[in-house]
Design a binder for this molecule. Structure first.
Ligand SMILES: Nc1ncnc2c1ncn2[C@@H]1O[C@H](COP(=O)(O)OP(=O)(O)OP(=O)(O)O)[C@@H](O)[C@H]1O
Length: 315
């Protein structure tokens, strides 16, 4: 079963398909919840394509990558000469999305000040480009996405409750891949096909795919299958299932010399090692490191905090 490019035979994905169809037939704001790599952007595009706005643009915005001081200029646009460096008129995201859909990815990463500005535009139905005297009418539909528990963030004051209520009109929940493993064979076939690989995957390799926990979800499946095409087998992923029942890829074992830890601990140790190494390569400049790792700065800060990384931490 598929809906556009979205593959899913599991009962959980059938429910997702129903939510997508319901969401597309309305014009309310939507929030898509799901772990990284579960297909939030893919689903938001599908909703746009199936909606009445499909002739107008779909504008994706990574909220974690927009510094607070640039929020208005990026979202609302600016007029030439309105501030030093404004050499020409700039069309903001909201203008670009006119008549269509604005996809606010990682909305939980907007700062409180940016949240207020966004809420004001959504609440009043208009916004003003910097340096303009004329407000513009908001003519877009919002689809937001997050891998955070936005409701909990709103309850604990980390996300504005009024903005949460304004956007969380139709929630769509994407289940992690480990909770719908019956989709893996179809996804693998679809992905290998897309990658131009014609050989059928062996049942031994399929069993390895089914055993794995997929913390990076479908995006990780893509990556693993690319490596599978290069190696011709999944031996790099396969390893003895540890006593804990957790499958630990051998390249992780070799790297860390740890064979007894569970997947989560091993992933955290590997993540820590990657972050420290990237920070060292970038002279501990966190903005440069975030860029090198293709991570929003705030995500890097959070990860450093979670993993207890400071400049004094060494490999
Ligand atoms: N059900 C699915 N069927 C086919 N392809 C999928 C499916 N889910 C995800 N993908 C593919 O997996 C990759 C990751 O998906 P996507 O970028 O939409 O995830 P995401 O949840 O937005 O990730 P992130 O939170 O990390 O930005 C994309 O290449 C997407 O096309």
């Amino acid at each position: 079963m598929r809906l556009g490019n979205i593959i899913g035979r599991s009962a959980k994905m059938q429910e997702v398909f129903e939510s997508i169809i319901r969401a597309a037939s309305s014009d309310f704001s939507i929030v898509i919840y799901g772990e990284t790599g579960t297909g939030k952007e893919l689903v938001s595009k599908a909703i746009h394509e199936l909606s009445q706005r499909n002739e107008a643009p779909f504008v994706p915005v990574n909220c974690g990558a927009i510094p607070e001081e640039l929020f208005e200029s990026e979202f609302f646009g600016h007029k030439k000469g309105s501030f030093t460096g404004a050499h020409a008129d700039k069309t903001g995201f909201l203008d670009q999305a006119k008549g269509g859909t604005i996809f606010l990815d990682e909305i939980g990463e907007l700062t409180q000040t940016s949240q207020v500005k966004l809420l004001r535009a959504l609440g009043s139905g208009e916004y003003t480009a910097i340096g303009s005297a004329q407000p513009t009418k908001a003519q877009f539909r919002v689809i937001a996405a997050t891998n955070a528990d936005l409701e909990h963030m709103a309850q604990t004051g980390r996300f504005r409750q009024d903005l949460f209520f304004r956007i969380h009109v139709i929630p769509v929940y994407l289940p992690p891949l480990r909770e719908r493993k019956e989709d893996i064979p179809h996804l693998a076939e679809h992905i290998l096909n897309k990658l131009g690989y014609s050989t059928k995957i062996s049942s031994k390799d399929l069993a390895i795919l089914l055993e794995y926990d997929w913390p990076g979800n479908v995006r990780e499946l893509y990556n693993i299958l690319e490596r599978y095409m290069a190696f011709g087998n999944l031996d790099f992923l396969q390893v003895g299932i540890k006593e804990t029942g957790v499958l630990v890829p051998p390249f992780v074992d070799d790297e860390l010399g740890q064979t007894t830890k569970g997947l989560r601990d091993t992933m955290m140790a590997l993540e820590k090692k990657i972050l420290i190494s990237a920070l060292e390569q970038n002279g501990w400049n966190r903005s440069r490191t975030a860029k090198a790792l293709d991570l929003p700065r705030k995500t890097l800060f959070r990860k450093m905090q979670k993993l207890g990384i400071t400049q004094k931490t060494s490999l």
